[in-house]
Design a binder for this molecule. Structure first.
Ligand code: DQA
Length: 152
């Protein structure tokens, strides 16, 4: 199984931006964790980050026919981008929305998610572990079952 992990704007500043909300671990730490979790789960992980809405749309379109699942934290574009929603609908790849912080406990505008309308599942407020939980969820629901060993 191959999973594409997409991160939107300002997530490359993890560890620097608002550590009281997003924690002190850096974006580089997150990328290392993604690869480690992929290894543990036996899934191939590709990651992509951009601060630009159109680039995120391009990457979602690129994924068509190439990956089995998408984990996406669209960051601020979650709350504004119909283009990202439409791209996720267009490719129809099973997607899980992740937010590091508990967006429901923050400003009212963070409680609207356009991208989430095209996602099968949402994980919020779990810190970096939310990405692992999203990969586990995708593997459980969309991974290929391991072949049953033949006896004798
Ligand atoms: C975020 C929450 C968004 O509201 C915010 O704009 C982000 C990060 C999160 O991971 O908690 O940039 O998606």
């Amino acid at each position: 199984m191959k999973i594409l992990v997409i991160n939107g704007p300002n997530l490359n500043f993890l560890g620097i931006r608002e550590p009281g909300i997003y924690g002190k671990n850096t974006f580089a730490d997150l990328l290392q964790m993604l690869q480690a979790w992929g290894g543990e789960l036996g899934v191939e992980v590709e990651q992509y980050q951009s601060n630009h809405e159109g680039d995120l749309v391009d990457k979602i379109q690129w994924a068509y026919g190439k990956v089995d699942g998408i984990v996406i934290n669209p960051a601020a574009y979650t709350h504004t981008s119909v283009a990202i929603l439409d791209a996720l609908k267009a490719v129809s790849i099973p997607a899980v929305e992740v937010h590091i912080s508990d967006v429901d406990a923050r400003e009212p505008f963070r409680q609207i998610s356009y991208a989430g309308l095209a996602c099968k599942h949402t994980i919020k407020g779990q810190g970096f572990d939310g990405y692992r939980q999203a990969m586990v969820w995708l593997k459980k629901h969309y991974g290929t079952p391991s072949p049953t060993p033949v006896e004798g």
